[in-house]
Design a protein around this ligand. Structure first.
Ligand code: ARG
Length: 278
């Protein structure tokens, strides 16, 4: 038996659309607080039902995007390489993330302060290889440094569509040699690199990518996404995964969905290494 997945989430008490740092966000299209809370609770229940242990980061007034814990850090075993947010609006999150990770036994590391890096939102293992998105948020140089520090191979992927500004919005490792991606978010080199390195690569179409199909939380063979991705779910079932849809529309207003609301504390690599597909 594998140890249970450990996932960090942050309740949406102070969540809202208070600024615009990606094309999904419009301050005049506010999130509805009770609906957001209900959607977040449902996600939490589903993930617990899938056997994950959910740990909580305390929400902080004035940091509406702290709910997106995927951006807190990149976790590698007992090490947490903390984010350096590109946008000043999110930089206040850094100290809270670092404090929580330190208090919970992680060795917290940072990158030099001119290196933007947005944690597990932009750096995802598929099998032994770290895939890393850059341009909109993280910088390629940051990923090189992370890869050097952990002694692993990194494949940098340039993100070309501003709607898919973090790698986890358009790429989802499902098992060590299985992933899903939205081709429109990558340049030719990126598409080719993904096809060459990942034997089973599911293509997500434009409409379902817009519903954040790729922003999926994988726990064992379960895959949880926002609603509106029926074709992706069909493809997942066909290869032995067990998908669940849950409405996350209030978080889509900020440019996030299921995966963004979670951080694998047992390592992003665990999601792909430990999956046993039926
Ligand atoms: N509003 C947040 C931002 O633009 C959303 C973050 C979503 N997180 C993610 N891992 N994709 O930074």
């Amino acid at each position: 038996m594998n140890a249970p997945a450990r996932i960090l989430m942050c309740p949406p008490d102070f969540y809202g659309i208070e600024y615009e740092i990606n094309p999904w966000m419009h301050t005049e299209r506010q999130a509805d607080q009770p609906t957001a809370a209900a959607q977040w609770n449902d996600l939490r229940q589903i993930l617990s039902g899938h056997g994950a242990v959910i740990e909580l980061l305390e929400p902080v007034a004035g940091l509406p995007d702290l709910v997106f814990t995927a951006n807190a850090a990149f976790i590698y075993r007992e090490r947490a390489i903390c984010s350096r947010f590109r946008h000043q609006q999110r930089q206040g999150e850094e100290e809270h993330d670092a404090a929580w990770l330190t208090a919970h036994g992680f060795t917290v590391e940072t990158l030099p302060n001119d290196h933007f890096f947005e944690g597990a939102g932009d750096a995802l293992f598929c099998g032994d290889t770290l895939f890393a998105g850059y341009r909109m948020r993280s910088q390629a140089v940051s990923h090189q440094l992370v890869a050097e520090r952990i002694g692993r191979r990194v494949i940098p992927l340039e993100l070309v569509d501003p709607y898919y500004y973090h790698l986890d919005t358009c790429f989802c490792p499902l098992a060590k040699d299985v992933a899903a991606y939205y081709p429109g978010a990558f340049d030719d080199y990126g598409k080719q690199a993904l096809r060459e390195h990942i034997p089973t690569l599911i293509e997500v179409d434009k409409d379902e990518a817009r519903s954040f199909a790729c922003n999926a939380v994988v726990v064992g063979s379960t895959v949880t996404t926002n609603t509106g991705c029926p074709f992706f779910h069909e493809q997942l079932r066909a290869i032995g995964f067990n998908p669940t849809a849950t409405p996350l529309g209030e978080f889509v207003k900020a440019g996030g969905s299921a995966k963004c609301l979670t951080l694998r504390l047992d390592g992003e690599d665990a999601a792909s290494w430990r999956t046993n597909v039926a």
